[in-house]
Design a binder for this molecule. Structure first.
Ligand code: ATP
Ligand code: MG
Length: 393
């Protein structure tokens, strides 16, 4: 039996004139994630995108798994294509395709959608006939229109008739790329991959910036970040990662700045460098995994000092979340186990014994200016390492 996948786009319905652009982006993103599995025809009509495999040996389970991670899809259904667009074919396809589910259920109902107005039966008639047939074939079943175990969907569309059971929930959000570009500051921790995922969900295409301080941080720490971004890229699409050589800057910080301000000045330098990389790469905002009050550098006072150094919009999607809420998402996107691997991040190099939780901006600025990091910042920007990340790497 031939099958297709029907995708319902969600928020994009709300976007009026932009709708076409959103739908095109969504179709393109679906095409990219499915390309390694074989050829597909992807078309759209009436706020549904239809994904038709062009070949019999295409793994549709894997296709559905991938589609479940594409933002902009509210729900999707794997559906049988009826041989003909007739009621006879519909009635024959239902038990053949949904027999297993119907045998295991106690109650059911039929829902019909008839977008091809030339089809001779109207929706209520389709429901009645299909329901009668199901009761005849599966006499143990009862109809329950309010809370059925299985809903049999019959969709009569321009190019065919399709049968499917309850739709599966999609990833939600907005198609990646329709909201512009942003650069996420990514560490190997739990928080920043979650922050990256959340902002990709709002339609942003991601660039990633990682600060590495070899030999204080190991190549395995950087490899861990690559593996985290591979997981994120299942949702966000391809990511360009820029690794910033941060060692000399951190050594200068240790040598030339007051110890209790190490962290806060380091975070300011991260913002300055990231801002320049982001602008160069056409990004309109930075993203961090900061959460208010989580550590000394994320108090409101410390964050005011960090923000002062950023000359572009900074998104902090985790700002109001508890650690457990963040961990729940990291499980969902499968980054948690990688995040807890124990490699040193540059943030834990030269940590002060008593970091200032209420730093005074004036003193922070003065200490930073006195040390004059500009030549080393320029040098770091000249020596960025570029890694292209896709889910298949
Ligand atoms: P995470 O779990 O993301 O590491 P965290 O709670 O450990 O977060 P910090 O180490 O203070 O918090 O870092 C706060 C944010 O700063 C991170 O979420 C990330 O956006 C950014 N950041 C920290 N270390 C790095 C790094 N080495 N490279 C790039 N960005 C970093
Ligand atoms: Mg960290």
């Amino acid at each position: 039996m031939k099958e297709i996948i029907l995708l319902k786009d969600g928020e994009i319905v709300l976007k009026g004139l932009n709708r076409r652009q959103f739908e095109d982006a969504l179709k393109k993103n679906v095409k990219v994630v499915l390309a390694p599995l074989g050829r597909f025809e992807i078309t759209s009509a009436q706020s549904t995108i239809m994904v038709r495999p062009l070949g019999d040996d295409i793994d549709l389970d894997e296709a559905c798994e991938r589609i479940a991670k594409v933002f902009g899809i509210v729900s999707f259904s794997r559906a049988a294509v009826c041989d003909e667009k007739t009621m006879e074919s519909v009635l024959a396809t239902i038990p053949e395709y949904l027999g297993k589910q119907l045998r295991a259920a106690k109650t059911f109902k039929v829902e019909a959608k008839r977008s091809d107005k030339k089809f001779p039966l109207k929706s209520p008639d389709i429901c009645r006939e299909a329901g009668g047939e199901v009761l005849k074939r599966f006499p143990h079943l009862k109809v329950d229109v309010h809370n059925p175990d299985v809903t049999v969907y019959v969709e009569i569309r321009d190019f065919g008739a399709y049968i499917h059971a309850d739709p599966v929930r999609g990833a939600g959000g907005i198609p990646v790329g329709t909201g512009g570009k942003a650069a996420v500051l990514i560490s190997g921790g739990i928080d920043s991959p979650v922050a990256a995922y959340m902002m990709a969900k709002r339609g942003l295409r991601l660039t990633a910036i990682h600060f590495a301080s070899p030999p204080y941080t190991s190549p395995r720490a950087e490899d861990k970040v690559v593996r985290l971004l591979q997981k994120v890229s299942c949702y966000s699409g391809p990511i360009t990662m820029l690794t910033v050589p941060f060692t000399k800057i951190q050594e200068k910080l240790r040598d030339d700045c007051p110890e209790e301000l190490f962290t806060i000045i380091m975070r300011r330098l991260m913002m300055i460098i990231s801002g320049r990389i982001a602008r160069n790469g056409g990004c309109s905002a930075l993203i961090t995994g900061e959460s208010l009050g989580q550590v000394a550098s994320q108090t409101i006072g410390a964050m005011c000092c960090t923000d002062d150094a950023a000359d572009m919009l900074v998104f902090r999607p985790l700002i109001g979340m508890d650690k457990q809420e963040i961990i729940d998402i990291s499980y969902k996107i499968d980054t948690y186990r990688t995040s807890i691997e124990p490699y040193e991040d540059c943030c834990t190099v030269f940590t002060p014994r008593h970091p200032r939780t209420k730093p005074v901006l004036k003193f922070v600025r003065e200490a930073q200016e006195k040390a004059n990091f500009e030549p080393l910042i320029e040098e770091a920007l000249q020596n960025l390492k570029i890694t292209h990340i896709t889910p298949e790497d």
